[in-house]
Ligand binder design. Structure first.
Ligand code: ADP
Ligand code: MG
Length: 236
């Protein structure tokens, strides 16, 4: 019965997500349709092409984020060095950060313990968080990424920006689907991050101060810690 329950809960969540996504995609589709009709009647203006393109991009972003969530069944967990994953992501996002006058500083302890993770999912988390940090600093600034061992069994990853920050009364909204303050946002990035970190038995916390900046901290169990807790749950 426990498995059945979980399954029906998952289906309910999927239904909610699908309804939300259908709703979010319908807006840009309606506006694209309108512009195509204008094109047909030859009332063309160059800027319309850009609007159509950005609306299409928005749909693409929404579908892309949804796919990350919909595919966890294919997850393969492997032993990984988390700083290597982060380095890859920082390289990936480097052009975007340079274009936005943002510098990313990366610090890590030597001899970090290994973690067990689904590599692509975790990269997606770092990518979403770094994107948010860059987008929070429209005038440019610095991002610090720090990786350190915490206690016996955890690795902590902190992403610190000097951006606009998040109002106190909004902190609890973070991670809800489609909550966005950005014109071109999907409001799915943080939700995806929370889900992925949860599936890694980790924790994601956000501290923020308006006009000062935001710190996102991720705690992930080290590979030995994960094995230990598995052994314990077998014994019960
Ligand atoms: P999106 O980036 O598409 O808006 P997210 O789920 O990634 O969706 O983020 C939701 C909202 O949370 C953002 O629109 C923004 O208001 C807020 N937010 C997230 N990260 C930060 C950050 N580092 N600094 C300030 N605000 C943030
Ligand atoms: Mg985002």
């Amino acid at each position: 019965t426990e498995r059945l329950l979980q399954k029906s809960e998952k289906l309910a969540l999927l239904g909610q997500m699908a309804a939300g996504i259908a709703h979010e995609i319908r807006n840009p589709l309606t506006s694209i349709k309108g512009f195509i009709q204008l094109f047909k009647s030859n009332q063309l203006q160059d800027e319309y092409y850009d609007i159509v393109l950005s609306e299409l991009e928005r749909i693409n972003d929404i579908v892309g984020e949804f796919l990350v969530l919909a595919k966890p069944s294919a997850a393969v967990f492997v032993e990984q060095d988390v700083k290597v994953l982060i380095k890859d992501v920082v390289t990936l996002i480097n052009t975007q950060s340079i274009l936005n006058n943002v510098q990313i500083f990366f610090e890590y302890e030597s001899d970090l313990p290994m973690i067990s993770c689904e590599e692509n999912q975790l990269k997606q988390v770092f990518l979403n968080l770094l994107k948010n940090a860059i987008e929070a600093m429209p005038g440019g600034g610095n991002i610090e990424v720090k990786v350190m061992a915490k206690g016996e069994g955890n690795v902590s990853i902190q992403i610190v920006d000097q951006g606009v920050g998040i109002p106190k009364e909004r902190i609890h909204t973070l991670g809800e689907p489609f909550y966005t303050t950005k014109e071109k946002g999907t409001g799915l990035g943080l939700m995806t991050c929370f889900k992925i970190i949860e599936s890694h038995n980790g924790e994601l916390t956000i501290h923020s101060k308006e006009k000062e900046g935001t710190t996102v901290e991720i705690m992930l169990p080290t590979i030995t810690q994960k094995l230990l807790s598995k052994e314990l749950s077998f014994k019960h």
